[in-house]
Design a protein around this ligand. Structure first.
Ligand code: ADP
Length: 208
C-alpha cells in the first residue's frame, strides 16, 4: 500500500504501527536523502545543475542553500525533481522487492500528485493497483503537533501552505485514517487497516 497525507498528519506514527505488526516499510523521505549522499551520482547531478555552492564544507548536500535556489521557481524545482524522483523511485522499487516476504508492503510518501508514479510493488499489486491510504487530521491539530515536535512556526506555515488541501488528499484515498484522536484511537484504526490489508480478498493479500 501507499501511505501518504499532509505534513504532521501522522504518517510516521502509522508507518511505525504497521512495522510493529510486521509490515515492510519503505520511506521515500529516507530514500530522497540517500540518493544525494556524498559520492552518489545523484549528488553529482545536483552539483552539475545548481553549482558547487550547494555543497557544504563537509561534502554533503547543503539543503538550505539548495532550498533557497529553488524556492518559488517552478523551473528550478522541476529540474531538481527530475534528478531526485527517478532515483528515489528506482531505489524504492528495489527496497520494496527486498521486503517481498512481509505480509504487507508500505511505501510512505510525503506527497502524492496526480502525475506521480508509484514504483512497482512486487506480487502484492493487483490489476486494480496498489491501495492508497491517506492519514488525515484537522489543520490546526497538525500545526499543534508539528510545533510540539519542535518544527519552527514559519516552517510549519510554509510547508502546510504548499500542500494539497484535506479535500484533495481525501479524494486520492482508497482508505482514510482519521487521526483527530489520540494515539490509541490511531492504533485501533491501524488494526482495522491491517485486517483489511491481510484479508484473503484484500487487494494486497498474499497467497498462503
Ligand atoms: P507525518 O509523518 O505525517 O509528518 P508524524 O507521524 O510525524 O506526521 O506526526 C507529527 C507529530 O504528531 C509527531 O510528533 C507525532 O508523534 C505526533 N502525533 C501523531 N499522531 C498523534 C496523535 N494521534 N496524538 C498525539 N500526537 C500525535
Amino acid at each position: 500500500m501507499v501511505l501518504t497525507g499532509g505534513i504532521g498528519s501522522g504518517k510516521s506514527e502509522v508507518a511505525r504501527a504497521l512495522a510493529a505488526r510486521g509490515a515492510h516499510v519503505v520511506d521515500a523521505d529516507v530514500l530522497a536523502r540517500r540518493v544525494v549522499e556524498p559520492g552518489t551520482p545523484g549528488l553529482a547531478a545536483v552539483i552539475a545543475e545548481f553549482g558547487p555552492e550547494v555543497v557544504a564544507p563537509d561534502g554533503s548536500l547543503d539543503r538550505a542553500a539548495l532550498a533557497d535556489l529553488v524556492f518559488g521557481q517552478a523551473d528550478r524545482l522541476a529540474a531538481l525533481e527530475a534528478i531526485i524522483h527517478p532515483r528515489v523511485e528506482a531505489l524504492a522499487a528495489e527496497e520494496l522487492a527486498a521486503g517481498g516476504d512481509a505480509p504487507v508492503l508500505v511505501y510512505e510518501v510525503p506527497l502524492l500528485r496526480p502525475e506521480d508514479t508509484i514504483p512497482p510493488f512486487p506480487s502484492e499489486a493487483t490489476v486494480e493497483g496498489v491501495p492508497v491510504v491517506v492519514v488525515d487530521a484537522p489543520d490546526e491539530l497538525r500545526r499543534e503537533r508539528l510545533l510540539a515536535r519542535g518544527l519552527p512556526d514559519h516552517q510549519v506555515t510554509a510547508r502546510m501552505a504548499s500542500q494539497p488541501s484535506r479535500a484533495e488528499w481525501r479524494a486520492r484515498a482508497d482508505r482514510v485514517l482519521d487521526n483527530a484522536g489520540d494515539l490509541d484511537a490511531l492504533e485501533r484504526q491501524v488494526d482495522d487497516l491491517w485486517g483489511w490489508l491481510t484479508a484473503p480478498t484484500a487487494p494486497v493479500s498474499r497467497p498462503g
